[in-house]
Design a protein around this ligand. Structure first.
Ligand code: SF4
Length: 477
């Protein structure tokens, strides 16, 4: 039996139309939600003004919930679960995305994964990076998972679709473990936790280039299926990407999670693949190294060295460099003239050899635990020692909290205490997007986008609600 994937036309965020399409899709694919059914959207970051295109739209979620209620049999609990990105409280992202009112309207449950208990799940595949992975209890107990990714390009993994959407099932403590050159392995590992019973991808308006600040591209489609590898394979072809170039897809397929060849997939629906490919011929990606990507900016110059893991010595696609790109785009979103305002910053990542040849006033950010450099700055010898830990040295059971306030305060304090120094070494593997925003703000003397007044108060209110709820769940959850 071939896996079936449907590409269906849908040009508008009309909940009733989406519900009708998804209802038909579930019927055609034989997907019948039951028991504890959870919808997992991509709500990595949401704000109507600052991050309008990063997330699965609320109208989409609304339509799928309505279809699920009709198509389901013996549903014991219907919920929406997610952990948004960059340590911001999920309840803030849900509110900004418009999910809170949709969830309330349907009288269903929200599982904010940063507030729920995390439980270990054993991994048994011989190719797995780890033998244990932590996930939220509601995910471990879910009977039927409905995966609702947003169709987006991704600067670290080329595309984010069904497989990659599982990064959002981990809380902050565990999400950043292996979020480095092992990111693709980690995505493949997560597939063993649970397989979705149904997938519907929001490709009505897709996102190009960045994952947090994508530029919109109206594809006008909903993609549906029941196998993540099959769905992602078809989505690759939709934007003229060879599925073999999606590393996590290749890994997941090699581990037996599904096909990655169109010969093994039946593509159906009312939107022919060739027509979609013609429509998306100018779809833009951003899989560029930071030294190339920022080469024409006035203020930022990047030096990329070598990296510790044998499978990826020339670049770290899942860690610090990508976080720098996202951080710069957040800065540009908040302050469009940031390249004119920012003082010169040299970004050094990996093991770099040779002199930096700094310009007057230029300051240096050495990024990440694997960063190594030795040389002279302002006549003084400087040694940046690497402190990189291999996968075997990092125990997910002892992972740090990655708490939003602690991370922000940590990097702000680090910057303040090094205020007059020409250089700073930002530690972490990875150094997160939020930390990059702080370091760039301090070194480049630009306003800190983490303190954007549109976000500051509501994020902090949500943060303390999250802390209270998490405390309650630890005691009684
Ligand atoms: S420190 Fe950063 S660049 Fe180095 S391996 Fe870790 S995530 Fe990658």
């Amino acid at each position: 039996m071939k896996h079936k994937v449907l590409i269906t036309r849908c040009n508008e965020y009309d909940s009733a139309r989406i519900a009708a399409i998804v209802r038909e899709g579930m019927k055609e694919l034989g997907a019948q939600p039951y028991g504890k059914t959870m919808l997992k959207p991509n709500c990595v970051l949401a704000h109507p003004e600052v991050f309008p295109h990063a997330f699965t739209r609320a109208e989409f979620l609304d339509g799928v919930i309505a279809a699920t209620k009709e198509a389901g049999a013996n549903i014991k609990e219907l919920s929406v679960g997610e952990r948004c990105g960059i340590t911001i409280p999920t309840r803030f992202a849900f509110k900004q995305a418009g999910y809170t009112s949709v969830i309330k309207k349907h009288g269903i449950k929200a599982h904010y994964f940063d507030e729920t208990k995390q439980v270990p799940v054993k991994l048994t595949k011989k190719e797995s990076l780890r033998d244990l992975i932590f996930v939220p209890k509601p995910v471990a107990e879910c009977d039927f998972l409905i995966n609702l990714p947003k169709f987006k390009a991704h600067p670290w993994t080329r595309l984010t679709l069904s497989l990659k959407n599982f990064i959002g099932i981990q809380d902050d403590r565990h999400r950043l473990v292996d979020h480095n050159s092992f990111l693709e392995h980690k995505i493949a590992d997560l597939q063993e936790v649970i397989q979705p019973g149904f997938i519907a991808i929001d490709a009505i308006i897709a996102g190009q280039k960045m994952m947090l600040t994508p530029t919109p591209f109206p594809v006008g489609a909903i993609v549906m299926g029941t196998n993540s590898c099959a769905v992602d394979t078809v989505c690759c072809h939709m934007v003229n990407v060879d599925p073999k170039d999606l590393i996590h897809l290749k890994m997941a397929s090699e581990r037996g999670f599904g096909p990655m060849s169109l010969d093994e997939i039946e593509v159906a629906g009312d939107f022919p693949l060739e027509e979609v490919q013609r429509k998306t011929k100018d779809f833009e990606f951003c899989l560029e190294r930071v030294d190339d990507y920022f080469k024409n900016t006035k203020a930022l110059k990047c030096m990329v060295g070598t990296f510790p893991e044998r499978h990826s010595t020339d670049y770290c696609w899942g860690g610090c460099p990508g976080a720098l790109q996202e951080a710069m785009h957040i800065n540009i979103g908040a302050y469009p003239d940031v390249d004119d305002r920012m003082k010169k910053v040299r970004y050094v990542v990996g093991k770099v050899e040779g002199p930096l040849e700094l310009q007057d006033g230029e300051r240096v950010m050495f990024a990440g635990d694997c960063c190594q450099w030795e040389g002279v700055i302002d006549g003084k010898k400087v040694t940046i020692k690497g402190d990189y830990k291999t996968t075997a040295d990092v125990d997910p059971k002892k992972a740090g909290s990655n708490d939003m306030i602690l991370k922000i305060l940590g990097s702000v304090t680090h910057c303040l205490s090094n205020g007059s120094s020409r250089y700073i070494h930002a530690k972490g593997c990875p150094v997160s997007v939020g930390q990059h925003v702080n370091y760039l703000s301090s070194l480049g003397k630009i306003p800190n986008a983490n303190f954007d007044p549109r976000m500051l108060v509501p994020v902090n209110i949500a943060y303390w609600q999250m802390r209270l709820s998490r405390f309650y769940n630890r005691l009684f959850g």
